[in-house]
Design a protein around this ligand. Structure first.
Ligand code: G3P
Ligand code: CA
Length: 285
């Protein structure tokens, strides 16, 4: 008996999990999602169909992508609101029509090397619909509302598009087909009001060197609209993760690119990590 108790204690110390912990009802227990951050952006130009396709091949459970709106009201996938870092163009996305945006070559800057590619079918700025059409139900999606205050009604458009693509539901493994996350609390609350069935993650940024901590008041507030949080992995500690789980909030970490950290976070009981390298744990399909 003593031996069993000792073994349990060792497992508890190794995993940082508490007995009887409650995890978010939205995310199946024991799952550890690998979320391809902007696709497989360590290996292919970020937020392109090429990058998402590679993320799928490398075993990502989800792809993470950032959305904005064009001058003619189309939802498109790009990280920055200004096109100049990732394309040959200049200026804000909202000043481009979809056609103009599609005609831009993709620019990839890595260390001292700048490569100009395309535009081609897989290496161009994709619309959100093109991503859904390309990957259908072979992938699940984490969609970030970027700079939502610039785009009146982007939340309505996104919810509508998720509905049309039958993404407000679970897959065969019981995982949500689509999750929305954002640093913008107002936008998430708006989505929650439009459709409370869409899983929402509040992105939170802690200062460098700061340990993750949230007041009871903040947690109560989160529970009124969100299913979990996304936090920079450096800030996470086992007691914080356990506390979030006890409260019923899922915890995701960004952006993890080395296997040791990924395994440490998995042992901490995280619900998933965002990574530029979906193959970091050797899960290639
Ligand atoms: O993975 C979380 C992340 O998407 C938030 O940061 O700047 O990469 O969009 P960013
Ligand atoms: Ca993002």
């Amino acid at each position: 008996m003593k031996k069993i108790v000792m073994a349990c204690l060792v497992i508890f110390m190794m995993t940082g999990c508490s007995i009887g912990e409650k995890k978010s009802a939205v995310f199946p227990d024991g799952d550890f999602f690998l979320v391809g951050h902007r696709g497989a952006s360590a290996y292919a130009p970020e937020n392109t169909l090429a990058s998402f396709g590679l993320a799928e091949d490398l075993g990502a459970d989800y792809i993470e992508l950032d959305i904005h709106e064009t001058k003619d009201g189309q939802l498109v996938v790009m990280h920055d609101k200004d096109v100049s870092r990732t394309t040959e163009g200049h200026g804000d996305i909202e000043t481009y029509t979809l056609k103009e945006l599609k005609s831009l070559s993709i620019v990839e800057k890595k260390k001292d090397k700048t490569t100009v590619i395309g535009p081609s079918e897989y290496l161009a700025v994709p619309t959100l619909q093109e991503v859904f059409d390309q990957f259908g139900d072979s992938l699940n999606y984490v969609i970030e509302l970027k700079n939502p205050s610039h785009y009146p009604n982007i939340e309505e458009k996104l919810v509508q598009q998720l509905k049309q693509n039958e993404l407000i539901q679970k897959d065969k493994k019981g995982r949500p087909r689509a999750i929305i996350h954002s640093f913008n609390e107002k936008a998430l609350k708006r989505v929650h009001k439009l459709n409370p069935d869409i899983p929402l993650l509040q992105l939170i940024s802690f200062d460098e060197g700061e340990e993750a901590e949230l007041s009871k008041k903040k947690i109560e507030k989160l529970l009124s609209y969100a299913d979990g949080i996304g936090v920079s992995y450096e800030a996470l500690t086992p007691p914080f993760v356990n506390y979030m789980h006890e409260k019923g909030l899922a915890v995701f970490a960004y952006t993890v690119n080395d296997p040791e950290t990924a395994l440490r976070l998995q042992a901490m009981g995280l619900n998933g990590i965002h990574t530029d390298k979906p193959d970091l744990l050797g899960n290639e399909k």
